[in-house]
Design a protein around this ligand. Sequence first.
Ligand SMILES: CC(C)(COP(=O)(O)OP(=O)(O)OC[C@H]1O[C@@H](n2cnc3c(N)ncnc32)[C@H](O)[C@@H]1OP(=O)(O)O)[C@@H](O)C(=O)NCCC(=O)NCCS
Length: 151
Amino acid sequence: MSIIVKPATIADLERIYQVEKECFTTDAFDKQYLACLLENPDAVSLIAKMDKSIVGFIIGLVNRPFEEITGHVYTLDVVVEYRRRGVGLKLLKEIEQIFEEKGVETCYLEVREDNVGARKFYLKHGYVKAKKLRGYYKGSHGVQLKKRLRV
Ligand SMILES: CC(C)(COP(=O)(O)OP(=O)(O)OC[C@H]1O[C@@H](n2cnc3c(N)ncnc32)[C@H](O)[C@@H]1OP(=O)(O)O)[C@@H](O)C(=O)NCCC(=O)NCCS
């Protein structure tokens, strides 16, 4: 079954929020915050569709604080029944490519220290630990990961 990745719009908010709550029970972003991200012109928001329904999404932001342009993945979510079928990887590769086109040199993201599956996923795809984030999440430390997109 093919995975179709395309830009998300505010019309996808309800489904995106539903998936976010399913994927991150305690740390889920609220609907208002997701709406702000979807409407932020510096954000890159993508949905993945299979069987005509949204089975995953990714949202990141391009930051230009100093000389180096950085990318930041805020959330990557795949519904449980569609995991381990390449949806997460397709979303990640697509956002990395868009980040690169926008001049991003390094991509950052945060993950719970106890989220073993996600950490394995990111490490497999070139992310390395940047720093430990003490007390970052409810009940768990976090880890900041990074990947150099431009060599
Ligand atoms: C992390 C997540 C996005 C991965 O999505 P996915 O669509 O299942 O990922 P893929 O199918 O592209 O996986 C590719 C590879 O990543 C690794 N991987 C993914 N999930 C894994 C898990 N639970 N345990 C170990 N390795 C895992 C594997 O190497 C996998 O390849 P394999 O299936 O051939 O072993 C998904 O599990 C998810 O939404 N988790 C909940 C939310 C979350 O933690 N998001 C990331 C933090 S922002």
